[in-house]
Design a protein around this ligand. Structure first.
Ligand code: PMT
Length: 406
């Protein structure tokens, strides 16, 4: 892994974690990147600019002696030069300035002017990190596409314990590498993803559903979006925020999902079905709340829902790649292989939902990618990493089948 030819602008703000940023500079230089450091006036109280100048082999920009003319040239030059803009540590103050578009020093001015991707590594006291203003600022920045790493939890310099410690330099460098290597290999592709759980109504206040949070489907949507695809998510009930920069079609039941998929499938190149769909629904939906009758049993009659993935598979067009998921508790690969064939899929992602760290509602997953040609085991990893792996394999399948414009 090298970063030859990449130019990284590192903003250092005033916090005790500033000393750790020296380590970031040396690691980036070691990987071949050019590093340009901008320090706020407060940061220079914690670490000498000379440290960063020596490690980066570039002049360090500070506000200490800056005249307005110097600002104009320098902030535009560094804003344009950056392949990635990193702020580590990022104080509550710089996050607030970035949110509001305040440009009152060299760092805030340059970060406002840049069009490069931005990564922030927040570091502050727990109270400041959990304050409503900071949460809201961070939410807005995330919505605008700013990447974030950390903060970690632990003992803080102020003696408090909790979230607020800057991530370790090697984690920050790993994230920098990940962001810089995000390729645009799905540019021009339309990707349709299902996510979350269906709800099958019993009456106006009750429904049958499952534990799907939407995390797996959203990880796929974000990964496809970051790789340049135009993404649509057909979204059932979820318990996490919706991803930005993708089109969302909200559905409730399996029948709604079927309608949405029939309308959307023809215009998409890649279709990934990660939603957990109810196989059955109540035969009748009561118009009013079902009343309790003490001492009496209620027997629900369920009817089969359509198999949507199968319906999509039957209508598969030339050049389309269809991927399903299989949530299994036993005979995982065997059951998944049957579903692959029955639903006419190109690939199925089998997850054994009984394993710790896999399946419903966790941030991680463990999966086997199954195609007609064989199985690839994916280890325990974040759903986002698995999503990128799934997309890599989809692209390989498309290349092999000679799909148009791949
Ligand atoms: O949302 P998370 O909390 O992150 O959890 C992720 C997940 C566990 C939901 C996901 O990884 C997963 O396994 N999704 C598929 C769940 C599922 O419904 O599996 P299945 O084996 O019952 O269905 C197989 C495939 O057919 C799936 O692609 C499913 O979307 C589809 N299906 C199922 C039933 C049905 N009536 N119509 C369908 O299209």
């Amino acid at each position: 892994m090298n970063l030859n030819g990449k130019e990284i602008v590192l903003g250092v703000t005033g916090g005790i974690a500033a000393y750790k940023s020296a380590e970031i500079v040396s690691r980036l230089r070691h990987l071949g990147a050019g590093v340009h450091v901008i320090m706020t006036r407060n940061a220079t109280e914690f670490v000498s600019p000379l440290t960063f100048q020596t490690l980066s082999a570039n002049p360090v920009v500070t506000d200490t002696f800056a005249s307005p003319e110097y600002w104009n040239v320098e902030h535009v030059a560094l804003a344009k030069l950056a392949d990635l803009f990193v702020i580590a540590p990022a104080t509550a103050n710089i996050l607030a300035k970035m949110t509001a578009g305040i440009a009152d020093d060299m760092l805030s001015t340059t970060v406002l002017a840049t069009r490069a991707p931005i990564l922030v590594a927040p570091a502050m006291n727990t109270g400041m990190w959990t304050a409503k203003a900071t949460r809201e600022n961070m939410r807005i920045l995330t919505e605008r596409g700013v990447h974030r790493i950390g903060p970690d939890s632990g003992m803080l310099a102020c003696g408090d314990e909790g979230a607020g410690r800057m991530s370790e330099p090697d984690e920050i460098v790993r994230e920098i590498i990940r962001i810089l290597h995000i390729s645009r290999d799905l540019a021009g592709k339309r990707v349709l993803i299902t996510a979350g759980a269906t709800r099958e109504r019993l009456d106006p206040v009750r429904f049958l559903t499952n534990d799907s949070s939407g995390k797996m489907g959203f990880a796929l949507a974000e990964a496809a979006r970051d790789r340049g695809a135009e993404v649509t998510v057909v979204c059932g009930n979820v318990s996490v925020p919706l991803p930005n920069g993708v089109r969302i079609i909200a559905i409730e039941s399996a029948l709604d999902l079927l309608d949405a998929m029939m309308a959307e499938c023809p215009s998409n190149d890649i279709i990934i079905q990660a939603a957990a769909v109810a196989d059955y629904r109540p035969e009748k939906v009561a118009e009013t709340k079902i009343k309790k009758k003490s001492g009496e049993q209620i027997i629900l009659k369920l009817v089969e829902n359509p198999d949507i993935a199968k319906a999509v598979g039957e209508r598969k067009a030339a050049g389309q790649t269809l991927v399903g998921f299989a949530a299994e508790t036993d005979h995982v690969n065997e059951n998944a292989q049957q579903k692959l064939r029955k639903k006419n899929l190109d690939m199925i992602v089998a997850n054994d939902v009984t394993q710790k760290g896999a399946g419903f509602n966790s941030d991680t997953n463990i999966a086997t990618l199954i195609t007609a040609e064989g199985c690839i085991e994916e280890p325990l990893q974040s759903k986002r990493k698995l999503a990128d792996s799934i997309l890599d394999h989809i692209l390989m399948l498309r290349q092999k089948s000679g799909s148009p414009s791949d």
